[in-house]
Design a protein around this ligand. Structure first.
Ligand code: DGL
Length: 269
């Protein structure tokens, strides 16, 4: 029917926007679990249960391919879902791998042994659940050696963004960057490991300084999805794009419209 894009709330819209621009003819169904956001303060079992229910909802609505446009869900639930019972003809993919491939200068799907890369000191900004899962460090270790990762759990940022309190979100970002810099004074690169954070990317960049390369996922995921669908056109499906939420459609539509600066209308999932 369409490609499903899932996030705990509004953050996945940063990915949706990029994939829609890269693949304008592909229909997408976006599902935000706004009733249960944020996921980043929940434990792994809870995140798995919520993510599984949401992905199954998208599968049941005809999406053969679902992208977890949420690092927290990718970190806590993706592998468990892929190793469990995935219905025939259905797929679920996450957002970590394209980011790590870019960071480690790899082409899509290059599975050669880990090697030294130019970037040596990486600051990772993510939700508490993503940081404690160590999924980013694990995926990185498969591909690169000698990279020092300092992770900063950015408590409160997702809640502030979901509530539309951008002044609070920006203040929290500055204080999380300060905390990171006390542990790693001169990172070469920073990873925005939460799909909500591109909405405050300029605040991260300013606080980190212009010489720190900031990686965010939206465009990287869009390129990797274009590559995947080029090889698997059968996963595109037909139908029309839609926005679904488990939260209050009016409130979610108004925030989404504010973030993407175009009219977005959510309906109840
Ligand atoms: N956008 C989700 C992520 O990429 C945010 C998670 C949350 O709900 O805390 O991690």
């Amino acid at each position: 029917m369409a490609v499903g894009i899932f996030d705990s709330g509004l953050g996945g819209l940063t990915v949706l926007d990029a994939v829609q621009k890269r693949l304008p003819d592909v229909p997408f169904i976006y599902y935000g679990d706004n009733a249960n956001t944020p996921y980043g303060v929940r434990d792994a079992d809870d995140i798995f249960r919520l993510t599984k229910a949401a992905v199954e909802h998208l599968w049941d609505n005809g999406c053969d391919l679902v992208i977890l446009a949420c690092n927290t869900a990718s970190a806590a639930a993706l592998r468990r879902m892929q190793e469990g019972k995935v219905p025939h003809g259905k797929r679920v993919l996450g957002v970590f791998v394209p980011l790590i491939e870019a960071l480690t200068e790899r082409q899509w799907g290059d599975n050669s042994p880990p090697r030294e890369v130019a970037i040596k000191h990486v600051a990772l900004f993510a939700t508490p659940a993503t940081v404690s899962s160590r999924a980013f460090q694990r995926e990185l270790a498969f591909r690169a050696i000698g990279v020092d990762v300092e992770a900063q759990a950015c408590g409160g940022v997702v809640d502030a963004i979901e509530e539309g309190d951008m002044i609070l979100a920006e203040a929290l970002v500055r204080s999380h960057v300060d905390a990171l810099k006390r542990k790693m004074p001169s990172p070469d690169a920073a990873v925005l490991g939460c799909t909500h954070y591109p909405l405050v990317a300029d605040v991260f960049q300013k606080a980190l300084g212009a010489d720190v390369k900031v990686f965010s996922q939206a465009d990287l995921v869009a390129e990797s999805l274009a590559d995947y669908l080029g090889r698997r056109p059968d996963m595109i499906g037909g139908g029309t794009s839609a926005f679904l939420t488990s939260g209050k459609p009016e409130k979610v539509s108004s925030r989404a419209t504010q973030f993407l600066r175009r009219e977005i209308t959510f309906t109840a999932a």
